[in-house]
Design a protein around this ligand. Structure first.
Ligand code: B12
Length: 358
């Protein structure tokens, strides 16, 4: 039987060109095969956007090992929508006994292995690699059920909200139709994605609770629910009780900053204090906060007006960067930064100088 590709949403550059599209609005990525049926959530989202006049292309089960597949149809005009598929990718891949499943109900020929574990996170990170700061909206089962700090049965640990690991801008939970159309309309009217913080049925990561414009309630933080089962249960109870479209309030859950090593400052207020110290002292110190065994002293290069145009650092192993020499390094950096200052306007954002070549 002849197969009319134009009955479906485009899945390739050739499909888009045949329709005469020079650009498109949304790339919709799914961890399942593209099945154009209303029991498949991503398809519903794609079709309701299409019905509103948006151009949507589907990328189903892309090769996640690099960013190339994600660039295959070019950069979409408004944003990227991401779903792991009909069920959580870990549910799809593993049995309750933590054994790998041999087949996959939502892949062609029931073939297993066509999507990664934690697919929402992996796809989002590849999209960041492919398109940089493009608006990313995650949705579907995996994103919805992992929107707060949550227990991951397979890893046997409490994970942060998926928003952080995915580096996504907005998470839509539950049925995504209304929220997606609202977000699409705002992006289309030029609203920066960082300002879309009040769409019902969505979660965003913000620096301060005041960003939330609804009456709100706070649940125990990620750190608290990670270390106390009682706090975890309390958080769940509140999340459950407030999950009511009529009387439910917005829910705030604080998450500390990500820890790269045991020295990383993860408390927001402590970080702010440290930044104030750096400003007063004139230089910043990284004391094995990003990588164990690596220390770094850094200083800003300023324009003649005092704006920061870049930075210089002396970095090295903890054996070579000794505490008693730090004032001397700061003096060296100060001289180097001052000599670069007249050229500051022409500089790239960050200059990095390794200790060995200084
Ligand atoms: C029907 C159903 C089944 C049917 C599926 C029939 C079929 N062929 O489709 C059957 C009985 C076969 C089934 C089996 C299983 N199921 Co089932 N199932 C459901 C149920 C009741 C509805 C799913 C559905 O079709 N929803 C309609 C679709 C359109 O909704 P949706 O996918 O959620 O999409 C919406 C939103 O998520 C969002 N959205 C979706 N994608 C995207 C993308 C973007 C970008 C955005 C912005 C939004 C968005 O908008 C969509 C439209 O509103 C759900 C519970 C529920 N109420 O959701 C459980 C549920 C999905 N099933 C579940 C489970 C565990 C299973 C099994 C693994 C059970 C088992 N142990 O075998 C198997 C898995 C089978 C498999 N290999 O996939 C769990 C999944 C849990 C998880 N964390 O992933 C659920 C959530 C039930 C639960 N609470 O435990 N299931």
């Amino acid at each position: 039987m002849e197969f009319d590709r134009d009955l479906f949403l485009p899945v390739s550059l050739a499909d888009m060109q045949r329709r005469g599209w020079e650009d498109y609005d949304f790339l919709l990525i799914t961890g399942d095969a593209y099945v154009d049926h209303p029991s498949f959530g991503p398809t519903i989202i794609g079709r309701i956007l299409e019905a509103e006049g948006y151009r949507v292309a589907i990328l189903a089960q892309p090769d996640w090992r690099g960013p190339e597949a994600f660039r295959s149809m070019g950069r979409p005009r408004l944003g990227v929508l991401i779903s792991a598929g009909n069920i959580d990718s870990m549910v799809a891949h593993y049995t309750a006994a933590r054994k790998r499943r041999h087949d996959d109900a939502y892949s062609p020929g029931r073939k297993a292995g066509l999507r990664p574990d934690h697919a929402t996170i992996v796809y989002s990170n590849r999209v960041r690699e492919a398109f940089g700061d493009i608006p990313i909206i995650i949705g579907g089962l995996e994103a919805s059920l992992r929107r707060f700090a949550h227990y991951d049965y397979w890893e046997d640990k409490v994970r942060r909200s998926i928003l952080f690991d995915a580096q996504a801008d907005i998470l839509t939970y539950g049925m995504g139709e209304t929220a997606t159309l609202d977000i699409a309309a705002r992006l289309n009217s030029g609203t920066p994605v960082g300002e879309i913080t009040d769409v019902r049925g969505t979660c965003v990561a913000a620096d301060y609770p005041g960003v939330c414009s609804y009456p709100r309630v706070e649940v125990p933080s990620f750190e608290e629910v990670s270390s106390s089962k009682r706090a975890y249960a309390q958080a769940n109870m509140i999340e459950y009780q407030e999950h009511d479209a009529a009387v439910g309030k917005a829910i705030i859950q604080k998450h500390g900053l990500p820890a790269f090593t045991q020295n990383t400052i993860t408390d927001h207020d402590a970080l702010m204090e440290q930044l104030a110290v750096c400003r007063r002292r004139g230089y910043a110190l990284d004391n094995e906060e990003e990588t164990m065994g690596v220390k770094c002293v850094a200083m800003a290069i300023r324009t003649s007006r005092g704006d920061v145009a870049g930075a210089l650092s002396i970095s090295g192993s903890t054996l070579s960067i000794r505490n008693e020499n730090i004032p001397q390094y700061a003096e060296l950096l100060s001289r180097a930064c001052n000599s670069l200052s007249p050229y500051a306007r022409m500089m790239p954002a960050i200059l990095y100088q390794n200790q060995n070549t200084l």
